[in-house]
Design a protein around this ligand. Structure first.
Ligand code: GAP
Length: 513
């Protein structure tokens, strides 16, 4: 079943998960607000991650729990941080501008089509020998665009398959002065690519000059490296150990897109695992397996997940040497049948600690007093996940179309992730149903996120709970008053059972575990 992202975006808005930021002012590209149900879902995912890292970390290869401590560092750090980390010099994307439309594109996200036989056509009196499209543009959309430019006949004719007459090529092989941009009306409007730094800057304090420029962090990781020594000196940690952090990160993405998948403000869940260099390979494998299991545990199906090793040319600057990076990828609707990155597990070697040690003049190594006072700079294995992206994956994986129910769809969240665990629905707003429902609500809310919904007919109320993925609905009706039982409706099967009112809490406890 193919899911249309437009339907997911509409559901998220309609039911209070995610809104365009600054909606009433027409939005701001690359920024999103989490609504009441979105923040509940995001917190559930964040809490599950924190639990799996800091509160109850996994058992290591020797059978005892590994040691990970938490951290919440500042978003803005001394700007030297980003010189040392390589972000000032190297955190760039190649960017192409369109002089006609003022649109900006990531050069590596553009596809170029040229006629197979080297032909060219004339558009507005200018020669055109290539057409640029955004990655992901369908064949149908390509044909439609060529038709609009009135070159459909020459290039595509009546062939159903564009590849019969046109070939995809890369930017290096086209003449930009003869290339039509993705939204342009004539050739020659695209600029050559230039490197564009992705960090957003700001000026803390009253002076606004180059010397007072600081950056909004593009990754939470560096706050961890800056506190490596503080944690070693203040906590009773011993190698190997981890420091975990969840928080906002900012990147001035050239083309934010696919809803919250690539935005300019987002949240990360990162853990830096410090270990002796010779143990790096073992821990790399360990964390790859752990991280995949985490995403299975929160409800992403195995069939929609894959692990992918980075090719050498796509490795980040800090992972160029050593064991590289493996991504946990999810099959998003806009990547299907392909996959998109959800989390990266990178071997950062000793790059960051070495750089910060050099730039700060501080010793950032480890003295192993148990093993003969050996001194070394630890290696780092980093599982770095997107919290915002994880929320999108949860919603996409849960989305079920079902014409047999009033809403026509439901969200099949794992109960632990569902923003609302149960709804309590008095059948009518009559006085005799409501007080019993209120009493049950007051009791359950001590332990679970539950909703008491009194308004509208019962069908509409079930429809809403289906759309927000509530696993259970308890209905209070006339029989409840007679025999102290309630109807429980299970979201996925829509099966209804009667259970004793006093057993509702146990029922939930058993099902939600
Ligand atoms: N510290 C390593 C690091 O930041 P990354 O692969 O650039 O690595 C880690 O980012 C994760 O953060 C990604 O796997 C993705 O889930 C998320 N992420 C990165 N850029 C994002 C963006 N613009 N919008 C939403 N999530 C993003």
């Amino acid at each position: 079943m193919t899911i249309d992202m437009k339907d997911i975006v509409a559901l998220c808005k309609r039911r209070g998960f995610i809104f365009q930021a600054s909606d009433i002012y027409g939005g701001l590209n690359g920024f999103w607000d989490f609504g009441p149900l979105g923040i509940a879902l995001k917190n559930n995912l964040r809490d599950a991650w924190w639990r799996s890292m800091v509160i109850a970390p996994p058992l290591g290869p020797d059978g005892s729990p590994v040691e990970i401590v938490g951290l919440d560092s500042a978003i803005i750090q001394n700007p030297k941080t980003w010189e040392a980390s390589g972000h000032v010099g190297g955190f760039t994307d190649p960017m192409v501008d369109c002089k006609e439309t003022k649109q900006r594109y990531r050069a590596d996200h553009l596809l170029f089509l040229t006629p197979l036989d080297g032909k060219s056509v004339t558009i507005k009196g200018k020669q055109a020998s290539a057409f640029a499209f955004m990655q992901g543009t369908s064949n149908e959309e390509i044909k439609e665009r060529l038709k609009k430019l009135r070159v459909n006949k020459e290039f595509v004719g009546t062939s159903a398959d564009i590849s019969d007459l046109l070939a995809f090529t890369s930017l290096e092989n086209v003449n930009l002065s003869e290339t039509v941009g993705p939204d342009a009306s004539e050739p020659g409007t695209l600029t050559p690519p230039r490197q564009f730094n992705l960090m957003l800057d700001t000026y803390p304090g009253v002076v606004r000059d180059e010397a007072s420029k600081a950056y909004l962090r593009p990754e939470t990781a560096q706050g961890i490296f800056l506190n490596y020594k503080n944690v070693l000196d203040s906590m009773r940690v011993r190698m190997p150990f981890g420091i975990a952090q969840v928080g906002k990160a900012f990147r001035n993405e050239v083309t934010p897109r696919n809803f919250i998948y690539r935005s300019r403000e987002f949240e990360q869940m990162e853990m830096e695992w410090f270990c002796p260099p010779e143990e790096a390979a073992q821990w790399f494998d360990f964390w790859v397996a752990q991280r995949k299991q985490f995403w299975l545990d929160v409800g992403l199906p195995e069939s929609m997940l894959q692990l992918r090793k980075h090719d050498q040319d796509e490795l980040a600057h800090y992972a160029k040497e050593g064991l590289g990076t493996i991504d946990v990828e999810f099959q998003f609707p806009f990547t299907a049948p392909g996959f998109g990155e959800l989390e990266g597990i990178a071997h950062r070697g000793d790059f960051d600690l070495r750089q910060h040690s050099e730039f700060s003049g501080q010793k950032l190594d480890y003295l192993d007093q148990i093993n003969g006072n050996r001194r070394y700079t630890p290696h780092v294995i980093e599982p770095a996940a997107g919290l915002t992206r994880g929320v999108l994956a949860l919603i996409c994986a849960a989305y079920r179309i079902d014409p047999n129910r009033p809403a026509g769809l439901y969200l099949d969240f794992h109960p632990s992730m569902a923003p609302v665990k149960a709804a309590i629905l008095p059948l009518t707003a009559k006085e005799d149903h409501v007080p019993t429902a209120q009493k049950l609500y007051m009791d359950l809310r001590k332990e679970y996120v539950v909703e008491l919904d009194i308004k509208q007919n019962i069908g509409k109320r079930y429809a809403r709970q289906d759309e927000i993925g509530t696993p259970f609905c308890f209905t209070i009706d006339n029989d409840t008053l007679q025999d102290q039982t309630v109807t429980v409706r299970e979201r996925n099967s829509m099966k209804q059972d009667r259970i004793a009112l006093h057993k509702v809490k146990d029922y939930l406890k058993q099902k939600i575990r």
